[in-house]
Design a protein around this ligand. Structure first.
Ligand code: NAG
Ligand code: NAG
Ligand code: NAG
Ligand code: NAG
Ligand code: NAG
Length: 347
């Protein structure tokens, strides 16, 4: 709060505060009594001479308000259009990413920003060129609530192509009665859906299971907000690309064809949610000699997607019984699938 007031005094700009999911609240200290006086002077009698005191603070003059509004769903900043005014630039001041600048088109009185996380709080400024001089005004999109009350360690993954699980933990400073809610918004229809099936830990929602991912886009906005009777709860939000959070299913149809000197291992790539080329996959083959209780005889073989899903395992006859299982990951090798069912070969 202190930091906010400092900013206001520094700039002498009236800042409007916008509560998330709500309408803009009128500024807490709209215009000081002095400014109001001047405003009336200007309106009622522009020729009225200013008093000594008023002349000493020339910057405290009335500034026409842009009445800025921000819509999180569309990420649109809009304001009241004024005559004889050119809007040069909109600036979104983001805690982590710094200043993001957009140019309004022609005479438009809005700017559209790309979707971004807002839980750090963002501030908007519109730069104008007006016959009435600058209209410096800020809009603060805040994340009200106690520090540490927001859900933490939020993550999601997609599995078996059609399912998604998200998990989070109670904020370290969240009151006991906190309840969290997850909303997911796609970037095409901008439809917001609430989690259909929460996972709970002593009545607090700490996860979500989705079995219908239709309507979700490549990238989506995830919001966890919360309520408590004791205090306001901060929200957490993030943007996730579904392709990056997919955990593949194991490779399909693993088969082994043996020849005197080697065995030919074949498999099919896993079914994935997002179209992937063969090169997008990495595989790991685990070949075990059976009755080898200590896993010392295990071989882990890395195979890239360029291999056309086959591997020649050197294994001269007579060969003991082996099993092979295969798992898959994306090219970055970050999330491995489960292992496929073991397939036996040898005798
Ligand atoms: C806008 O500019 C025109 C032409 O310069 C002027 O006649 C008019 O009064 C101006 N309007 C405002 C609101 O300043
Ligand atoms: C959240 O993640 C941090 C860092 O990975 C870890 O230290 C912490 O224990 C986690 N908190 C909970 C509640 O899971
Ligand atoms: C996803 O969440 C559901 C519901 O809690 C659970 O039954 C399922 O085992 C989870 N799946 C994975 C892969 O963790
Ligand atoms: C959480 O966000 C959703 C979606 O914007 C909204 O409908 C809901 O009222 C919010 N809940 C709280 C407690 O802020
Ligand atoms: C596995 O192989 C069978 C027989 O060749 C085929 O019908 C089936 O579609 C394959 N399964 C997958 C998931 O590719």
């Amino acid at each position: 709060m202190a930091a906010r007031r400092e900013t206001e005094r520094e700039s002498r700009w009236p800042a409007r505060r916008l509560e998330p999911w709500g309408l803009p609240r009128p500024p807490s200290r709209p215009l000081g009594p002095l400014a109001t006086t001047i405003l009336f002077c200007v309106l009622l009698d522009p020729a009225l001479p200013l008093t000594q005191e008023q002349q000493e603070v020339p910057t405290m003059e009335w500034v026409p308000s842009l009445n800025m509004k921000f819509d999180r769903r569309t990420m649109e900043l809009s304001w009241d259009c004024k005559e004889n005014t050119t809007y040069l630039e909109c600036v979104m001041i983001h805690k982590e990413k710094g200043e993001i600048r957009k140019k309004p088109k022609n005479k438009d009185c809005h700017c559209n920003f790309s979707h971004d996380s807002l839980h750090g709080g963002v501030t908007f400024v519109v730069k104008v060129n007006s016959t009435q001089g600058p209209i410096p005004e800020k809009l603060v999109y805040a994340n009200p609530g106690g520090e540490g009350t927001a859900a933490q360690n939020f993550s999601c993954f997609i599995y078996n192509v059609n399912f998604m699980n998200c998990t989070w933990a109670k904020g370290r400073a969240a009151p006991d009665d906190v309840q969290y809610f997850l909303y997911i918004q796609d970037f095409k229809e901008k439809r917001e859906r609430e989690c259909p099936h929460y996972v709970t830990d002593s009545r607090t929602h700490v996860g979500c299971h989705l079995h219908d991912l239709s309507g979700l886009t490549f990238r989506n906005y995830f919001l966890v907000n919360g309520t408590s009777r004791e205090t306001a709860v901060q929200f957490f939000d993030t943007i996730l690309s579904l392709k990056k959070i997919e955990i593949y299913s194991p490779p399909n149809n693993v088969s082994v064809h043996c020849h005197p000197s080697h065995c030919h291992i074949l498999w099919e790539p896993p079914r994935t949610r997002h179209p992937s080329s063969a090169w997008d996959f990495n595989y790991q083959l685990r070949i075990q000699k059976q009755n080898n209780k200590e896993h010392a005889g295990n071989q882990l073989i890395d195979v890239t997607g360029k291999s056309e899903n086959k591997y020649n395992f050197p294994s001269p006859e007579p060969r003991p019984k082996h099993t092979v299982t295969i798992r898959a990951s994306d090219a970055r090798g970050q999330h491995w699938s489960a292992w496929s069912q073991p397939v036996e070969f040898g005798t």
